[in-house]
Design a protein around this ligand. Structure first.
Ligand code: PGA
Length: 265
């Protein structure tokens, strides 16, 4: 029997957000509770990953609500002489439920290898956070027909043994689709998600069926209904559009209606 995975829409605010951004968070909370009053309660989980400086401010506001918070990165160690870094334990203490690791911007800007990402996933598990592990090919790799090979290599190297549906989420984010307004074709998304699922099941057995696989890269209200209902897509990691409550809610609301028109690979 097919395993049911609860869809997840996670917002990655990146290096955006000052205390005034609490307005957007409040608007998201208000929108979600209005939906709930109408009996429409979110049919997906909604996570917001603001800059770490806002976690402690946001934490009391989301307590008991439909929103969970996440960090955007963590150091592999729990504490120590690592100037400027934050540990998974610190994020947890500040109110995080999850943490994004191995985002392509970190892989590029901070030369993070799969081994480093794996150590961060282990740290997030140690701290009791859910790791959102990002993988995805560059445009040159895609043009050379290497998409699946790259994604499978990243997946193999970035995930420690024993990954479970409760501690791990994968985000497939083609690097060339991030912040560009461009997206892969539905058939391409379905094919990569199917390859990811196959590798997860091969390595983690039945738990591999429970790990959610999100799509990320230029998800916005106008394309969310198509992308988020594709076969094998369990939700989205949303960058730019997650900064605006109205847009982010519109994306999450895709899961209010029954997905139709699934694309088969
Ligand atoms: P984008 O970013 O939605 O702005 O393309 C996605 C991401 O980087 O997670």
């Amino acid at each position: 029997m097919a395993v049911k995975r609860k869809p997840l829409v996670a917002g990655n605010w990146k290096m955006n957000g000052l205390p005034g951004s609490v307005r957007e968070l409040k608007a998201m909370l208000a929108g979600l509770s209005k939906d709930a009053e109408k009996g429409l309660g979110p049919a997906c989980e909604v996570w917001v990953c603001p800059p770490a400086t806002l976690l402690a401010t946001f934490a009391p506001l989301v307590r008991g609500s439909a929103i969970h918070l996440g960090g955007q990165d963590c150091h592999p160690k729990a504490s120590g002489a690592h100037t400027g870094d934050l540990s998974a334990e610190m994020l947890k203490e500040a109110g995080a439920h999850a943490v994004i690791v191995g985002h392509s911007e970190r892989r590029q800007d901070h030369c993070e290898t799969d081994a480093v990402v794996k150590a961060k996933v282990e740290a997030s598990r140690r701290a009791g956070l859910v790791a959102i592990v990002c993988v995805g090919e560059t445009e040159a790799q895609r043009d050379s027909g290497l998409t699946q090979k790259i994604v499978e290599t990243q997946l193999q190297g970035s995930l420690p043994e024993g990954a479970k549906g409760t501690d791990t989420v994968i985000a497939y984010e083609p690097v060339w689709a991030i912040g560009t307004g461009r997206t892969p074709t539905p058939a391409d998304v379905v094919a990569v998600h199917a390859a990811i699922r196959a590798r997860l099941v091969e390595r983690f057995g039945p738990e591999g069926e429970k790990i959610r696989v999100l799509y990320g890269g230029s998800v916005k209200p106008s394309n969310a209904a198509e992308l988020l209902t594709l076969e094998g897509v369990d939700g989205a990691l949303v960058g730019g559009a997650s900064l605006i409550a109205k847009d982010f809610l519109e994306i999450a609301r895709v899961y209010k209606t029954k997905p139709k028109g699934k694309v088969k690979s």
